[in-house]
Ligand binder design. Structure first.
Ligand code: ADE
Ligand code: ZN
Length: 361
């Protein structure tokens, strides 16, 4: 007789519950959120060639087996953003999409290096994004904290003026700087100057680390750059001392499980260190990275981890509240958002017959 199927999903975690759960996203790229239709529209109006004429044809190019392969696709999409209007429209569409995932607050990366190389002005880019976000807030109810990705592309020297631009836009929607791109381009310590500048200017700091680089890249981001959060952090699982450090220092982990599966960083969701980090007591959050390329809206991401790691409705609420704690919001804003979210979470829990969250949540 065949063995009974192993059910890992907690039966109460339904798509309807996840859709109703208020969420915060901390690791998502504006450029990786341009839908194929938008990429085509921007390319057409900017007179740019693409290897596709329809969204379906474009999506057929979204195949990758490595980070560098993925970055080629990401740069193709990002390269269609040229004019101030493009940045405004991309932001409006992005926030409307976040609203469909019941995201209340999102910290999103924009990586100006490529855009500046294509002739755009960094101050104009940042202004267009934060102004479009303020304008769309009454319709979407989604607030944006912008993170300037000073990026591994083109090396560390060109990152310094971007860090300065981020500081100029502090208190006008920019909350921090980040370091994305291909870790093969060198250790985080190369970006020390940009991060020191941003920190001295009062910005928050995060870096992609341990996506394809080893645990030493995560250590370097913490020790040399002074980051408060790490994006991906997959390789940290190989270093128990590092795991302990992440837990003790409450360093937020911006985990992006389905991104890691699609790029081939881990072979399956079950192999992802999410479970190890969570059980160790780390401040884990779940994020999409590039939802228009990976086709993984945040609701899907929550459902996928719930399934792979047998999470309960209360566990998912905690995951979402972790993102409030790890966010770059000021402490009073965190408390406000947390209160609003807990009340909506309790209503969502009641709708599936679950008790409210314990008071300490
Ligand atoms: N930029 C967009 N997505 C990225 C990723 N997963 N890693 C590094 N840089 C990125
Ligand atoms: Zn990323």
């Amino acid at each position: 007789m065949a063995a009974p199927p192993i059910l890992t999903t907690h039966s109460a975690v339904t798509p309807a519950f996840v859709a109703r759960l208020p969420k915060v996203e901390l690791h998502v790229h504006l450029e990786g959120s341009l839908t194929p239709d938008t990429v085509l529209r921007f390319a057409r109006r900017n007179g740019l060639g693409l290897p596709a004429n329809t969204a379906e044809e474009l999506r057929a190019h979204y195949t990758f087996t490595s980070l560098s392969d993925f970055i080629r696709v990401y740069l193709m999409c990002a390269g269609t953003l040229r004019t101030p209007l493009d940045f405004a429209e991309a932001t409006t569409e992005f926030l409307a999409f976040q609203a469909t995932q019941n995201v209340r607050y999102v910290e999103a990366f924009v990586a100006p290096k490529l855009h500046v190389a294509n002739g755009a002005d960094v101050d104009t880019i940042l202004t267009m994004i934060v102004d479009a976000a303020a304008e769309s807030y009454p319709q979407t109810g989604v607030r944006l904290g912008l993170i300037v990705d000073v990026g591994r592309l083109y090396g560390a020297d060109l990152s310094v003026p971007l860090a300065r631009a981020a500081v100029r836009h502090q208190n006008r929607g920019v909350v921090g700087i980040g370091l994305g791109g291909d870790e093969a381009s060198g250790p985080p310590s190369l970006w020390r100057e940009s991060f020191a500048l941003a920190r001295d200017g009062g910005l928050h700091l995060t870096s992609h680390g341990g996506e394809i680089g080893g645990p030493e890249y995560v250590w370097s981001a913490i020790r040399d750059l002074g980051v408060e959060r790490i994006g991906h952090a997959v390789a940290a699982v190989r270093d128990p001392v590092l795991i302990r450090h992440l837990v003790e220092q409450r360093i937020g982990l911006e985990l992006c499980p389905q991104s890691n599966v699609q790029i081939g960083v881990v072979s399956s969701l079950q192999e992802h260190p999410f479970g190890v980090f969570r059980e160790a007591g780390a401040l884990v959050t779940v994020n999409t990275d590039d939802p228009a390329i990976f086709a993984n809206p945040l609701n899907d991401e929550y459902l996928a981890v719930a399934q792979a790691f047998a999470l309960s409705p209360h566990d998912l609420c905690q995951l979402s509240l972790n993102a409030v704690d790890a966010s770059f919001l000021a402490t009073p804003d965190k408390a406000l958002l947390r209160g609003e979210m807990i009340s909506d979470m309790n209503a969502a829990l009641a709708s599936i017959g679950w008790p409210p969250l314990p008071l300490s949540a």
